[in-house]
Design a binder for this molecule. Sequence first.
Ligand code: FES
Ligand SMILES: [Fe+2]
Length: 380
Amino acid sequence: MTRHEMLSPAAELHANVSVPFESARAMPKSVYTSPAFLALEQKHIFGREWLCAGRAETLPNPGDYLTMEIAGEPVIVLRDRAGEIRAMSNVCRHRMSTLLEGRGNVRSIVCPYHAWTYNLDGSLRGAPAMGRNEAFCKDQITLPSVRCEVWLGWIMVTLNPDLPSPQETLKDVESLVGYLDMSSYVETFQEQFRWATNWKVLAENFMESYHLPVCHEGTIGGSVDLNQMTCPEGFASFNYHWIVKNDTIPLSLAHPSNTTLTGDQRRITWLLSIYPSLLITLTPGYFWYLSLTPDGPGHVNVLYGGGMSADWIADPSSGDHIAALRALLADVNDEDKGCTEKVYRGLCSDLGAPGPLSHLERPNFEFAQYIASRVPAQAT
Ligand code: FES
Ligand SMILES: [Fe+2]
């Protein structure tokens, strides 16, 4: 038995990241394939960090809601009667059925089992045939609330009562890309899908653009040049890199009517990986994002959406641009699905082993360090 076969996945990961970036390797296979390591990630990462539920502009009216899971916990995010976005448990206070599914609009939350009915603030409005139970007190029954804040248009939720706000932990995002005013971008499409890969493989695929010319040869590969990519050191709560784009895809550039962006600001694409699982591509023209939820070691549920900057939305041909963007990104996504599912198959092989990282994969190494910083080396 080799030394590494005796280490737990967490210990292997800590050993993997304890080298300088100049001699870094991809993460060990076990951190992707081990169910026990995923359980540690759910506990130490997904159960404790800010996660993204999508864009606030997709819930414009009172009663608009979406549902999600945080580390296995069913959660409702909705806009309440006061116009605030709030989050709460999606589990009925009677015999614990889940309440809402998918997305939609409700006047109140009605349990599908026995019709206990909740107001949009989570308080119980009514329950049939409960008057004879002396322990039942309608006024004391409320769906537990979950922390929820809107940050630059992103709905952020967490089960952790002690985390600083996203405004605080992600203030460096604003210093870097504040000139693009993400809160004014408008989501124009959104869908969910499930891919056969580990959530970290997809996150890592996003955080390096090394694969763009090859994996994306059929779509955006021609608009990038490996020599035009900059991968600086990241921050504790996110990593990033940027690409100076050529003119191949005008939608990724500042709109011709825009007079405030100057020089490279008009053509820089930012790739922001907000730990643990919000991945944002931000250009002066469009944005798209992935918010990842692990589903076992070998699958990931993905909330995928995108849209345009205010300038492009105001363009008389915005409908055409939106359709063109969506078609382009759908093809890009298909290419990423192929690459990330192939990586997971390789990770599950006996002969596979992690190789050295390019200087263009600095964010991947920082991501591995982040995971290691959350999951203790002795955890099993
Ligand atoms: S479980 Fe919800 S009303 Fe019975
Ligand atoms: Fe990609």
